[in-house]
Design a protein around this ligand. Sequence first.
Ligand code: S3P
Length: 449
Amino acid sequence: MPEVAMSRTIRISRQGPIKGSVNVPGDKSISHRVAMLASVAQGTSRVEGFASSADCWATVGCVRELGIPVERDGEALLIHGRGLKGYDPPSGKAVLDAGNSGSTIRMISGLLAAQGFTSIIDGDESLRRRPMGRIIEPLSAMGGHIRARDGRFAPLEIQGRPLKAIDFSSPVASAQVKTCALFAGLYADGTTTFVEPSPSRNHTELMLGEFGARLKSSHAGGKPILSVEGGAELRPVYYRVPGDFSSAAFFIAAATLLPGSELVVRRVSLNPSRTAFIEVLNGLGGNITRENAETVHGEAVGDLRIRSGRLNSGPDGALLSGGIIANLIDEVPILAVLGTQVEGRFEIRGARELRVKESDRITTVVRAIRAMRGEIEEFEDGFAVEGPQRLRGAAIETSGDHRIAMAFSVAGLLAEGSTDIIDADCASVSFPEFYDLLASLTGESAIEA
Ligand code: S3P
C-alpha cells in the first residue's frame, strides 16, 4: 500500500502588528534553472541557498534519475554535471517525476529533447491538467519528437533527436516556455531565436550568461527577442541563490495590512521582472522600501523594509492588465486578498493564464473570498473587488494549491474569528517553512496545527 500523506488543517486567527525580520527560502525559479543548467555543464557547480521548495527537489530528483550526482556539502549543493549530452537514460522503465512542478516538466523537456535516448516525464493530478502544447510546439518545430496524452497533456514521452535552430514567436508570455526553447537551443545547429509577446521573468537569460552560453537579447516593438547559439559546452558555476520574492510577497502583504507592523525581509531577489507587486502596493499607499541593494550573478538582490499602510485606489479605482500581469502572475492570489482591503475598486484583467496554474486560480480565489463572506466579481480573465471589506473566518479549500493556502493564511490574520486552511501542507510546494515563519512573527497564538 502506498503511504498516504496526511495534510494538516491549520487554524489562523486575527492578529495585531508583526515586527521583526525574516529570511525567505531560496528563489524557486532560479533554483530550478541552476539545477538544470549545472546538470548539463561540464564539471561541478556549487549552489548556495538552493530552494527548500518541493518543486525544486522534484527537479533535483529528475537530474539524479538521469545519472547526475547531486550531493549536499553543508548548506550547499554540489551538482556534478557531465556536459550537454551527459545524461544517462533513466534506469529500466523509470518515469521522471515532476510532481506538482510545471517549471520542472516544461523546462527540462528542452534538455531531454536533444539527448540520445527516450524519456518519459509525468507529474501529479494537477500537473496532468496543465497545458503542454505550448512547449511541444517549439520543440517539434526544432525537430523534437514528443508524444503527449491527448496531444497536449502529461505524461510526455520525449524521444531525443538532433535539433535544428528555429525562429519562434511565442503566443504566450511564459518564462517556462522561453526557457524550454532556449535550453533546446543550446543543442541546436545554429542560432535559435525566441520572441516573446511581452516580457516574462528573465532569470534564464541572466543565468545562461553565467554558464558561458552565447546569448543575445534585444527588443523590437516592445517584444523581447532572445537568441542562443547551439553547440557550446557550459562551464560550471559557483552560485548564491537569493530569497524568493514570490514567497516574500505573503509577508509583505501581512505587514502592509496589519496596522503598526514593521518587517524586514532580508536578501531577497529584487529582479525587476518579478517585483511589480512592490510598485503596485506603493502606488496604492503601501510603504515598502529597498535597502542594501546589490547585483549578484546579474540578479538584483536586497532587503525590503515594509511598514503598514492604508491602501486606497483613488476615485477611478485601480486596474491591472496587459504586460504587468506576467510580472506579478504568482502574486495574484495575495493581490486578491490585499484588494479586499483597498479603499475603492481594485481590478485585475488579462490574467486568463491563472486558469491553468496549479489550480484554476481565478475560481479558487473567488470561492475563498466568498467563503470569507467577501464580495468579488469574477471575469473569465480576472476579478474585481471593492473595499475595504470585513472578512470573516471560514474553512478555505486550497485545491492543493500552495499560493492559495498562503494567501488565505494572510487573509486569516485579518478576518474576524478563525480561518481553517484545509490541506495546508501544500504550501511546501514552494515554501515548507511558511507556517513556522508566520508563527515566529505572530506568536503561536495566531496559528494552530
Ligand atoms: C515560472 C514562470 C511562471 C510562474 C511560475 C514560475 C518560471 O509560469 O507562474 O511559478 O520559473 O519560469 P509561466 O511561465 O507559465 O508563466
